[in-house]
Design a protein around this ligand. Structure first.
Ligand SMILES: [Zn+2]
Length: 226
């Protein structure tokens, strides 16, 4: 399987890739004109299990997945203002990861017999079997934009990463800001939390990233900082 896709093809010499301004703004990147929701929008909803985080004037599109996770609101104005390469728009990240579209162009990512293309690096939550079982919030890439990201992405330049084909990228869970109900209303936790699908604490989280677990992984390329 692996010889179809040469390791070398995915392993450019870093010296051949001078640092330059990225030629394309990724679909998932947020823009300076896109504004997040504000806490005044929050509301206390009640169901059989007690209080639940919600929005005033909530719409069905404000919740995602089987867990009906309340999703972070952000205005949608791609192309206006400055691109923020280090920040993903919560709505576009969800769309790309849920529907397996390319994180750079937003088009459906084709798969081959070994699955879809992902670029991945070690993260603290990864199991010792990494890259098998890696949990990632970075949506897949089409072939052209995997190559473009390797050549241009400033983060990848300083990171040891692998190019993977993944046959079973199954939905794993969410990350977002946890809230606690106090006498003054909802109070935000200081740090984002990572919650698997079905976690009861998702009732009080504003989700902003959807994660997939990479299963049945084939390494098709690698590159490092050296
Ligand atoms: Zn693409």
């Amino acid at each position: 399987m692996r010889d179809k896709e040469s390791l070398m093809a995915w392993s450019p010499k870093m010296s051949e890739c001078p640092v330059r301004k990225p030629s394309m703004v990724p679909y998932v990147a947020s823009w300076s004109s896109e504004l997040p929701g504000i806490e005044a929008m929050l509301d206390v909803k009640w169901d059989g299990d007690g209080p639940k985080l919600g929005y005033k004037g909530e719409r069905s599109s404000d919740r995602v997945g089987r867990d009906e996770v309340l999703w972070a609101r952000m205005t949608y104005q791609p192309g206006e203002g400055r691109p923020q390469f280090d920040s993903m728009h919560p709505g576009r990240q969800y769309f790309a990861m849920r529907w397996m579209t390319c994180q750079v162009c937003g088009e459906t990512v084709p798969r081959n017999n070994d699955g879809w293309l992902f670029v991945d690096w070690r993260k603290k939550q990864d199991p010792p079997t990494w890259p098998e079982g890696s949990v990632t919030d970075m949506p897949p890439l089409c072939e052209a934009h995997a190559r473009l990201s390797i050549a241009e992405c400033p983060h990848l330049r300083n990171t040891e990463f692998l190019v993977l084909r993944v046959r079973s990228p199954r939905i794993w869970g969410y990350s977002g800001v946890p809230y606690k109900l106090t006498s003054d209303g909802w109070a935000a936790g200081k740090r984002d939390v990572l919650c698997p699908v079905g976690d009861p604490s998702l009732r009080a989280v504003i989700g902003s990233r959807l994660y997939r677990e990479l299963r049945n992984v084939t390494v098709v390329g690698k590159a490092g900082t050296g």
